[in-house]
Write a protein that binds this ligand. Structure first.
Ligand code: MN
Length: 260
């Protein structure tokens, strides 16, 4: 039996199921394949539908987000995000984007992300999927100042920072969700190989990555598992056990924390 197909063994910790042409079908596919899938959202307006579709499933969890690339137009939606937070154990996609197209809104992005972190600190027991493109220092500064590891766990999604920044993130208690794009360069593979085993997760960031020329589905996360195994020189089956164990640690944290 191919263990990569065994039920309940794959983890896609960052996937935009609501951005596929058929949202309900994308949820149903991930559920049928038994892939634990964190269904991240980009605006709190997407929360009710994502929650509704994920609640009857065993493997899909909806995540309450306000994407930094949308903050320039949608910063006002932070009020709605805050209103929904009591319903959400998972938060994301949130964070900062310092890339050329979004840098103009960086001050506003900081305000929004700081508010997200402070709300999570107060609420407790939240797990966050965080975007940090060209803004790793800013993201880590805000996390350090506003969210303690006892109140919230941060998963840095598609991390592209330096080795030194990764070490700082590790010291702050962060996890990393690894996708295939991160494993395409030697620099990326070296960085991923150096991360502590107990901070590793996997993701597709579908539909923004591709498998065989089409948008990746959660089940395609097995390519990231295989790539991670090659980069760390361990069998893919061992990567799967590591990632499942790390997911369980996060779920236990969310289950046992004192929350509001
Ligand atoms: Mn994303």
């Amino acid at each position: 039996m191919n263990v990569l197909r065994a039920p309940g063994t794959l983890v896609d910790f960052h996937c935009h199921l609501d951005l596929y042409p058929d949202h309900a079908a994308a949820v149903a596919n991930a559920e049928r394949e038994a892939v634990f899938t964190l269904a991240v959202t980009t605006t709190p307006k997407a929360w009710p539908r994502n929650r509704e579709l994920s609640l009857p499933t065993s493997h899909i969890r909806a995540s309450l987000g306000l994407h930094p690339q949308l903050v320039a137009e949608r910063a006002i939606e932070i009020a709605l995000w805050e209103e929904y937070l009591p319903q959400a154990r998972f938060v994301g996609e949130v964070g900062l984007d310092g890339g050329a197209r979004f840098y103009r809104s960086i001050a506003l992005q900081r305000n929004v992300f700081e508010r997200v972190l402070r709300c999570c600190e107060k609420a407790g027991g939240r797990i966050l999927s965080v975007h940090s493109v060209r803004a790793v220092t800013g993201v880590l500064d805000l996390i350090e100042a506003n969210l303690s590891a006892s109140q919230g766990k941060v998963v840095l999604h598609w991390f592209t920072g330096s080795r030194a920044e990764a070490r700082r993130a590790v010291d702050l208690g962060c996890y990393f969700s690894i996708n295939i794009e991160m494993l395409k360069s030697e620099r990326g593979r070296d960085l991923v190989a150096a991360l502590p085993q107990d901070r590793l997760l996997t993701e597709t960031d579908g539909p923004f990555t591709c498998t065989r020329g089409r948008p990746a589905q959660p089940v395609d996360v097995k390519a990231a598992i295989e790539g991670l195994g090659l980069a760390r020189k361990i069998p893919a089956t061992e990567v799967m056990s590591i990632v499942r164990a790390n997911l369980q640690t996060l779920l236990d944290f969310a289950d046992t924390a004192d929350t509001e």
